[in-house]
Design a binder for this molecule. Structure first.
Ligand code: SAH
Length: 229
């Protein structure tokens, strides 16, 4: 089933605008064909009532049971020097059910805050695309960048992924917790000072076996473990 994204409701109708109108045309939806529309945290089954130049009016037929993510994950992702990698991480984190995405500036990360702020708009568009693709109704919210020093362990389980450091195995975490903070380093990893600072704040250093992963792989692996265990 095709899925679209709406930010406007008029009574029993959801309205597709802008980019979504183009997406709707590309999909060549036929008259009477049913499709999904994500609106304010729910997915509705709809059919097209009328198509105009700037909008598609969709009649709501029923509301589906859309699943919220099973765990509340805040991802503190050090901004990779290769910004395109961040685009991939944003998409994958959305698919995996991360609720909050915080870009983090660390010693070895991409460090230009203005450039990161500019990129957030693109990331928000990627979140919407990934939501449609993975039938996720609740958005992943993207926060303004923080410095690594500002990151605090606010969840039941607070994880530092650090391949330079002895760490516990994922199964030694309390994976039944309902909330997690996860900190992942950039391509060059964390400095010794950064790693110590986070551990002193209460983050548990976790080592994923058996090899050293790219930042984006490490993020996917830990999020998948958290969501599925
Ligand atoms: N440049 C480093 C690799 C850094 S990998 C080196 O050559 O060793 C980038 C980030 O991914 C790390 O900071 C860490 O957060 C995460 N990561 C990669 N592999 C990992 C592993 N095996 N266990 C835990 N975290 C890992």
């Amino acid at each position: 089933m095709h899925v679209f994204y709406s930010e406007k409701r008029r009574g029993d109708f959801l309205i597709l605008e802008d980019e979504e109108v183009r997406h709707f045309r590309v999909r060549r939806i036929r008259r009477g064909e049913r499709f999904g529309v994500i609106y304010e945290g729910d997915i509705y089954i709809c059919e097209a009532q009328r198509q105009e130049k700037n909008e598609v009016v969709c009649k709501i037929l029923e509301k589906t049971d859309s699943k919220p993510p099973p765990k509340e994950v805040i991802l503190y992702q050090c901004v990779t020097v290769e910004l395109k990698t961040m685009d991939t991480i944003v998409r994958q984190a959305t698919e995996l059910g991360v609720l909050t995405f915080v870009p983090v500036i660390s010693e070895r990360s991409f460090r230009n805050k203005d450039a990161i702020l500019k990129r957030i708009q693109k990331w928000e568009r990627l979140v919407r695309e990934a939501m449609k693709q993975s039938r996720r109704a609740i958005p992943m919210s993207i926060k303004e960048p923080l410095k690594l020093e500002e990151v605090e362990p606010s969840a039941r389980e607070n994880i530092l992924l650090d391949n330079f450091h002895e760490g516990i195995k994922p199964r030694q975490l309390d994976l039944s917790s309902e909330s997690f903070c996860v900190v992942v380093g950039p391509e060059g990893g964390f400095s010794e000072r950064e790693s110590r600072m986070l551990r002193e704040k209460g983050f548990k250093s976790v080592l994923l076996e058996p090899y050293t992963l790219r930042s984006e792989t490490a993020t996917c692996a830990i999020c998948s473990i958290i969501m599925n265990c």
